[in-house]
Design a protein around this ligand. Structure first.
Ligand code: PLP
Length: 376
């Protein structure tokens, strides 16, 4: 840092130069985040200094957070849920598993997740010192409930189902997992970081949330398809006792207990999530999901015309394509300015069709992809 500060104009110019190097979302088909809705940005700005780590100083923001948690709960089948606004899917997953582990069932705890689980579960293994067991997938990349059952033992403190897998946008059979959880008396966490703001708005109905009796907790991220500013995740528990497993005594704040992983934390995202959810309403999100699914169907229709098949019929706005030499195709598409992604197993081209993608850009992308696939 300099001894004498620089003037504002110079600093803003420097920032603009840095910002100009960032990638504009309109050619990005690899991200699960998107442009935040303008009302979320406005709300975020209004609450910049609000610290939910010390809610006694910010009772208004604290109440907003409660409202957002209740809204998420209503959307996901239980308005009476308990939780808080996290920094995203990773923190929500960590905290859900931490709560399950802290229940004290085992000194040598393990959890059973699907092979398609997000890499946050690898962080969980490291941080929480729980054995993360991976259950096999079926041919549609959903977790196989029989494989889950086979991995359970007396030290299993949680099962995890994914509603909207990161790589395939697939929905695990959460009803079956819920039945197993109820039968065996095991905590079930549903990671709907991406799916929470998609699945309720699809034409087809899926059982994946608190309406299933075995579901104990859920991850649901406003900062993905919820169009909120970053970093906004939702951690929800059915029972207050599970949230209580996370409590820490905070002697010198305006409150004496904290449940969150971070201490100081943003009230701005709680306000932003409140604003965008109130503004969009269920109909607004339904329109957004319909738009993304329309583009998704168009993508599949077009690639089939030039002989490329998706690995599964897309369930949500994630498409995985068998393009042959995936890495080569990805590299050439990158040279043409397109940001795409890959799946791990099998290796294939992964595309996320977010609201920032216009119909025109999609056609341009498909023209380029067709050229590349035909040439290779
Ligand atoms: N869970 C799932 C299913 C995800 O797709 C992601 C991110 O894409 C996460 C968790 C992690 O979310 P975050 O990056 O917000 O921590």
């Amino acid at each position: 840092m300099r001894d004498k500060g620089e003037n504002e104009q110079d600093i803003l110019e420097q920032l603009s130069a840095y910002r100009a190097r960032d990638i504009s979302y309109d050619r990005v088909l690899s991200a699960m985040c998107t442009h935040p809705h303008p009302i979320a940005v406005k709300a975020h700005e209004m609450f910049m200094e609000a610290n939910l780590g010390d809610p006694g100083l910010f009772p208004g923001t604290h109440e907003l957070e409660h409202e957002v948690v209740a809204m998420l709960g209503r959307m996901l089948g239980d308005p009476g849920v308990h939780g808080y606004i996290t920094t995203g899917g990773t923190e929500s997953n960590i905290q859900a598993i931490r709560a399950a582990r802290n229940s004290g069932i085992s000194d040598n705890p393990n959890i059973v997740v699907s092979e398609s689980a997000h890499f946050s579960f690898d962080k969980i293994a490291d941080l929480l010192r729980v054995d993360v067991r991976k259950a096999e997938l079926d041919e549609e990349f959903k977790v196989d409930p029989a494989s889950v059952e086979a991995q359970i033992d007396d030290n299993t403190v949680a099962l995890v189902g994914i509603a909207g897998t990161t790589e395939f946008g697939q929905i695990d059979p959460i009803r079956e997992l819920s039945d197993i959880a109820v039968d065996r008396g095991i905590f079930l966490h549903v990671d709907a970081a991406f799916g929470a703001f998609v699945i309720p708005f699809l034409d087809k109905t899926y059982d994946f949330d608190f309406r299933l009796p075995g579901v104990s907790s859920m991850t649901s991220d406003p900062h993905k398809m919820g169009l909120c500013t970053i970093p906004a995740g939702g951690l929800l528990f059915r029972d207050r006792s599970h949230l209580h497993e996370l409590r820490t005594h905070t002697p010198y704040l305006t409150i004496d207990t904290q449940y969150s992983l971070s201490g100081t934390r943003s009230g701005a995202v709680a306000a932003a999530a409140y604003a965008v959810m109130q503004h969009m309403g269920m109909n607004g999100y339904r329109n957004t999901v319909e738009y993304c699914m329309k583009l998704t169907r168009r993508l599949v229709e077009r690639v089939r015309e030039f002989g490329v098949e998706p690995l599964i019929d897309p369930v949500m706005n994630v498409v995985v394509l068998d393009v042959g030499d995936t890495l080569k195709v990805r590299e050439i598409m990158a040279q043409k300015g397109w940001y795409t992604s890959i799946t791990r197993s099998p290796l294939a081209l992964r595309l996320v069709i977010m609201p920032h993608l216009s119909e025109k850009r999609l056609e341009e992308f498909l023209d380029d992809l067709e050229l590349v696939c035909r040439e290779l």
